[in-house]
Design a binder for this molecule. Structure first.
Ligand code: NCD
Length: 326
């Protein structure tokens, strides 16, 4: 297994090998998938405790880690909005907060930090595993693992897939981690689709070049629809655009529409028509009504699987917690 350092932190997607994912994590997640409500769980983490420390909002990641830990019999303590509800508001450093959670004897810390590199900084001072649940616009490795698990469950193999990563690629930590994981497989083609000003950052393109991964850059989803096996959507991350935040709502919506000018990255009837019947349409969620990348009217289409991803998130997180702590 790739998580083999003295303290096995989960910080970024590059630390995972293909064989670890396919031979260890995914089968393990599959074997845990049937564990139901936490009261009926397998108890493998009885006596362990997990701290969930979230400096940014979350619905799925926080709750699925919580459900995963409870399913396995662990105790869980949660701080959401940690920037306000912890001593961070009094000026305490992240390092001191992590030292405190260590002193309180938690066995693992699931951390959503507000800045890129936050999980790594935490790992430097932590004697127990740090699990990166998103660090600013850096990475979100557990989301990417569950997304690849979803692909593997659907297609049986990941090699050879053509995957379109769509939306605000510049700010999306999930799609960054997914691109790193896909690079581990053979004959992958990645289509990066976004309005020009939200393209994937150059360091990722350089990484893919170094690892001989084929990719294309496009502004229009329709142009890659016919050949896509997997469509991975994400929203426009307006909270990371400081100037938008100060605008009144109406002007903000107008500005968002303008920001999107030059790209067409939302599902439409035309795109749905072109996407193969065998393809799947994923979304890391949340979807955005303003952005409109995944209109609800398509939810009944059998190719649309975001809530299946949420289910997979619990299995993957149970497997990770068990591998780290049992
Ligand atoms: C994403 C995140 O927080 O990075 N959501 C998630 O964890 N599933 C995506 C987003 O916020 O758009």
């Amino acid at each position: 297994m790739a998580i083999t350092e003295t303290i096995p932190h989960i910080i970024d997607a590059q630390q995972f090998t293909r064989s670890w994912m396919e031979d260890e994590l995914f089968p393990h997640a599959q074997s845990l998938a049937r564990i139901g409500k936490y009261s009926l769980g397998n108890g493998s983490l009885k006596g362990k405790s997990v701290a969930l420390i979230f400096y940014e909002p979350s619905t799925r990641t926080r709750f699925s880690f919580q459900v995963a830990a409870l399913n396995l019999g662990a105790d869980v303590a949660v701080t959401e909005n940690a920037g306000e509800f912890s001593s961070a508001i009094k000026g305490e450093t992240l390092a001191d907060s992590i030292r405190t959670y260590n002193a309180l004897n938690f066995d693992a810390i699931v951390l959503r930090s507000p800045y890129e590199g936050g999980a790594r900084d935490a790992a430097e001072v932590s004697g127990v595993p740090i699990i990166n649940a998103g660090d600013g616009k850096g990475q979100h490795p557990t989301q990417a693992l569950l997304d690849l698990y979803t692909m593997k469950e659907h297609f049986g193999q990941i090699d050879g897939l053509r995957v379109a990563l769509i939306g605000d690629l510049k700010n999306s930590r999930t799609h960054r981690s997914t691109a790193y994981l896909l690079a581990r497989f053979k004959n992958i083609t990645i289509d990066f689709v976004s309005p020009p000003q939200f393209q994937m950052r150059q360091d990722m393109l350089d990484y893919l070049d170094r690892h001989n991964v084929q990719y294309n850059i496009s502004n229009r989803l329709i142009d890659v629809s016919e050949t896509a096996d997997v469509v991975c959507l994400t929203r426009l991350q307006t909270e990371r655009m400081k100037t938008l935040k100060v605008l009144p709502k109406k002007i903000r919506q107008f500005a968002i529409r303008n920001l999107l000018h030059g790209g067409d990255v939302c599902l439409s009837d035309e795109v749905m028509e072109k996407l193969p019947d065998s393809s799947i349409i994923m979304h890391v969620l949340p979807r955005s009504k303003d952005f409109g990348e995944l209109p609800e009217k398509y939810d009944q289409d059998q190719r649309v699987v975001p809530f299946k991803q949420v289910e997979h998130g619990v299995s993957i997180r149970m497997a990770l917690l068990e591998m780290l702590l049992a």
